[in-house]
Design a protein. Structure first.
Length: 419
């Protein structure tokens, strides 16, 4: 459990909040590149971290991410004209470039000189791996972009969806690292893996893993150890990349799954579900399998909403729950959302939980985040933000002899990464 004070510290990410300040020290995933379109295409609303922004790609292909509200009389620039290397407010014609500089102020005689003094908030933004990333922290602290492989995958090597969720980013993220729930929530009746899932079958045999957590220079390595035979352990190793990304344990050779969380406000967040294969293109067969609605959920076309959602009880099928799957809910993401969108509401109250050793990774993650928040409040910057190479790690799900010491096992696990 967490004290109410610590819970408050963990969940708020709006401007000026301690966790919001921490998140803003890193490049944040804010939208899909496909949503933005080409040069001079329509501006797009971007609401993240409690801020209302508008994104556009200017005539020269540069990405702008501006405060949505025009500094003149606060009209919304979403209605603006994206033309000739800038976004023009349609209320009185003021125009801004991607840096937030006012380049035209045409509705008053003093505009020609006044425009040099007018600037609006503009955040640095760039496109990597099919995602538009923004840096929303202090200008002088802008970090290098991290080297995590899935953040750089070319189109041939990746499959990404973005889902808008009801729920605070922190409880969503806690679900990502929780290996214990996989044996239940994502299982079939009879205790095997879901039809169409790629999970290691042993995950459903030993349902009470032991946890080993390790603080690292990119975040945390969170390893769940399960019995897999008289001489063998199965290790499911999740990699948590500060401060919002979990690389989910997967067997060698399959594309990596990364779950990236971006707060919208305290009660809503985005999930960027990135499936990326660093070493090879995703095969046609793999892409075809994503259409079965289990590993990749079915989306409502043209939206960031899933067909299975809270309003329709995630299309739960009670017959299927009796006879086929543990939940009766089809996609793995919807199974997760049925839980995490309503842990007594969109913001979990962690003050009266009943945690056990199965929650050790969650306890460790909270501690890591809260420690980083407190250090930043005391003036110590998060070192991960300026250590891009540290992010070159992979998750894993594999067998090791039982007599490999834990520390060495952890080292072996790290060595399968991309360093
Ligand atoms: S409100 Fe934007 S130009 Fe007046
Ligand atoms: Fe899950």
């Amino acid at each position: 459990m967490l004290s109410k004070a610590d819970n408050e510290l963990l969940i708020h990410t709006g401007p000026g909040t301690p966790m919001g300040d921490l998140y803003r020290r890193f490049w944040a995933p804010v939208m899909l590149a496909d949503e933005l379109g080409g040069p001079d295409s329509a501006p797009v609303r971007v609401n993240v971290l409690g801020e209302n922004l508008v994104a556009f790609r200017d005539t020269n292909g540069k990405i702008g991410l501006l405060d949505a509200y025009c500094p003149h009389r606060r009209a919304n620039l979403f209605w603006g004209r994206n033309e000739e290397a800038g976004l023009r407010c349609v209320y009185h014609g003021w125009k801004f470039d991607v840096n937030g500089t006012c380049t035209d102020l045409p509705n008053c005689p003093e505009g020609e000189t006044l425009k040099n003094k007018v600037k609006t908030t503009a955040y640095p933004a760039l496109e990597r791996g099919g995602i538009i990333w923004a840096y929303m922290g202090p200008a002088e602290k802008i970090p290098p972009f991290p080297d995590a492989e899935i953040f750089h995958a070319p189109a041939t090597h990746r499959h990404i969806i973005k889902v808008k969720l009801r729920g605070n980013f922190a409880q969503m993220q806690e679900g990502d690292i929780d290996s214990s729930h996989v044996s239940f929530l994502h299982s079939s009746v009879g205790g095997t893996s879901l039809p169409g899932s790629r999970a290691n079958p042993n995950t459903f045999v030993d349902k009470s893993p032991r946890w080993f957590t390790l603080d690292t220079d990119y975040g945390m390595m969170l390893s769940a150890q399960r019995n897999a035979g008289p001489d063998t352990f199965q290790w499911r190793v999740n990699q948590f990349l500060m401060p919002f990304c979990t690389l989910i344990a997967a067997q060698p050779g399959v594309p990596i799954l990364g779950q990236l969380r971006c707060p919208i406000d305290d009660e809503h967040s985005f999930l960027f579900r990135v499936i990326a294969s660093p070493d090879r293109p995703i095969t046609d067969e793999e892409r075809a399998s994503y259409a079965n609605g289990v590993f990749v959920p079915e989306m409502i076309p043209g939206t960031d909403r899933m067909r299975e959602n809270m309003a329709n009880d995630y299309l739960i099928d009670r017959d299927a729950q009796r006879n086929v799957t543990f939940t009766g809910i089809k996609s793995i993401v919807a199974q997760d959302l049925a839980i995490s969108e309503d842990q007594r509401g969109p913001i979990a109250d962690r003050s009266d939980e009943l945690l056990t050793s199965s929650d050790r990774a969650i306890i460790a993650l909270r501690k890591r985040l809260l420690t980083s928040v407190r250090k930043l409040m005391d003036g110590t910057e998060p070192p991960e933000a300026n250590n891009p190479k540290a992010y070159r790690v992979r998750p894993g799900d594999f067998m090791l002899p039982r007599d490999v010491p834990v520390a060495d096992g952890a080292k072996d696990i790290l060595l399968i990464g991309a360093r």
